[in-house]
Design a binder for this molecule. Structure first.
Ligand code: NDP
Length: 281
């Protein structure tokens, strides 16, 4: 089993989180996701990002439980789905995730979307605080929260989210949100980091040129861009070669000029939904 010296991020409560992990959205439960998680653990990944709504927690858990890597060395994130927000729903939803995963605790539990029009994220967060106090989760955070949502949360709670997982890639770098999070010691995690399924981000000439100079692929260059911006990054793949490729990024470094050239790809255009509008239950 590969043991790779990999960067970790220290969350505000002292918990160590690997900076590079495997995302499993759209990986089918059963053989597909189990194979992906096993392949990832074998090449050194120690962070797996799933969610109740991905409907693959069972496969993720099965792969983790059957792995040679001790549970304590694997950082597992899952997320509370929108329809489970609200004081009376959180605990049952959390226990159901834990049950599907077949684990005793979660390393990071996230509120998947703020759903501001429902007005439930503050009371949901209070339940997250209880899970944290009980030791059922090692850290708690949010996903798809804007500065406005984070400020609203701060008005009602002393517990600052450890992580905010948001859409973030060279075309949509979220600079203002990153500044705010950095000032408040909230670590930003990038979803759709290499552009997401069906994106043409990796066709950008800038990325190809830089990749060629380093003997790497455009995807590896983009993963490296996230790491060098101190972001936590979770590229998804169900393909063994691409899983390995996305993790093979610790033997090169982008120069300041290369980082700036990639920063220059920003268009400000999201691919995913606007968190203020997304209300799907
Ligand atoms: P990614 O940016 O990770 O892109 C995934 C796509 O890129 C897949 O089609 C994958 O195909 C392909 N791919 C992977 N590696 C390579 C490579 N080296 N070269 C070329 N293509 C590659 O997008 P995601 O949207 O999946 O985001 C990553 C993770 O973030 C998710 O899996 C999920 O865990 C999380 N997420 C969270 C959200 C939230 O609301 N909190 C929303 C969206 C995602 P293949 O599998 O065939 O390799």
């Amino acid at each position: 089993m590969a043991v790779i010296d990999q960067p970790t991020i220290t969350l505000r409560n002292g918990v160590q989180m690997p900076q590079l992990g495997l995302g499993v959205w759209r990986a089918k439960d059963g053989a597909e996701v189990e194979h992906a998680v096993r392949a990832a653990l074998a090449c050194g990944y120690r962070l797996i990002d799933t969610a109740a709504v991905y409907q693959n927690e069972a496969g993720v858990g099965a792969a983790i439980r059957s792995s040679d890597v001790p549970r304590k060395d694997i950082f597992v994130t899952t997320k509370l789905w929108n329809s489970d927000q609200g004081a009376k729903n959180v605990r049952a939803a959390f226990e159901a995730s834990l049950e599907r995963l077949g684990l005793d605790y979660i390393d990071l539990y996230l509120i998947h979307w703020p759903m501001p029009k429902k007005g439930l994220f503050v009371e949901t967060w209070k339940e997250f605080e209880k899970l944290l106090a009980e030791g059922k989760v090692r850290s708690i955070g949010v996903s798809n929260f804007t500065v406005e949502h984070l400020e609203e949360l701060a008005k009602h709670s002393e517990t600052v989210p450890s992580v905010n997982q948001v859409e973030l890639h060279p075309r949509f770098p979220q600079e203002e949100l990153r500044r705010y999070c950095s000032e408040h010691d909230i670590h930003v995690q990038s979803w759709s980091p290499i552009g997401g399924q069906g994106s043409d981000l990796l066709d950008e000439e800038t990325l190809h040129d830089i990749a060629q100079d380093h003997g790497k692929t455009p995807a590896q260059v983009v993963v490296r861009w996230h790491l060098q911006h101190d972001l936590i990054v979770i590229p998804k793949s169900v393909n063994e070669q691409r899983i390995a490729q996305n993790f093979d990024v610790f033997d090169f470094e982008l120069s300041d000029d290369e980082m700036a050239a990639i920063d220059g790809l920003a268009t400000g255009q999201r691919r995913g939904p606007d968190p203020n509008e997304f209300n799907t239950a």
